[in-house]
Design a protein around this ligand. Structure first.
Ligand code: 5GP
Length: 110
């Protein structure tokens, strides 16, 4: 069996994380190396290695709905970012949506 991803190990409670939301299908945690004052990761429990592997419209819809709900629970304004593939900056090959926000004076340009 292939090695579990770091996020699968978090889902399975094999390693600790700061969990901010969980239901049957998703978990949301604080990023261990935050790139913004608030930096959360919304992770589907069903493994796909990258977001464009999700073929089911309802599943994709629930991912974005969950990401926006988790974001709004913590932030008024925010960024949602998905890195896709090594060339897109993806380092953990278990689909996840970054929620970034909490900058004072507006987000940095870029
Ligand atoms: P990617 O570059 O794959 O889009 O983002 C992966 C993110 O996962 C990075 O922002 C990184 O800091 C975060 N990360 C990596 N390992 C861990 C971990 O063990 N725990 C948590 N909470 N975040 C992690």
């Amino acid at each position: 069996m292939a090695d579990k991803t770091i996020f699968q190990r978090i889902i399975d409670r094999e390693i600790p994380s700061d969990i901010v939301f969980e239901d049957d299908e998703f978990i949301a945690i604080r990023d261990i190396a935050p790139k913004a004052p608030v930096h959360l990761l919304v992770i589907p429990k069903r493994l796909s290695t990258r977001v464009d592997e999700i073929a089911d419209e309802a599943e994709m819809g629930r991912l974005w709905l969950t990401a926006t709900r988790v974001a709004r629970a913590h932030l008024q304004d925010y960024r949602l970012i998905v890195n896709v593939g090594p060339g897109g900056g993806q380092e953990v090959f278990h689909t996840h949506v970054h929620v970034l926000g909490g900058w004072t004076g507006g987000h940095p340009v870029g």
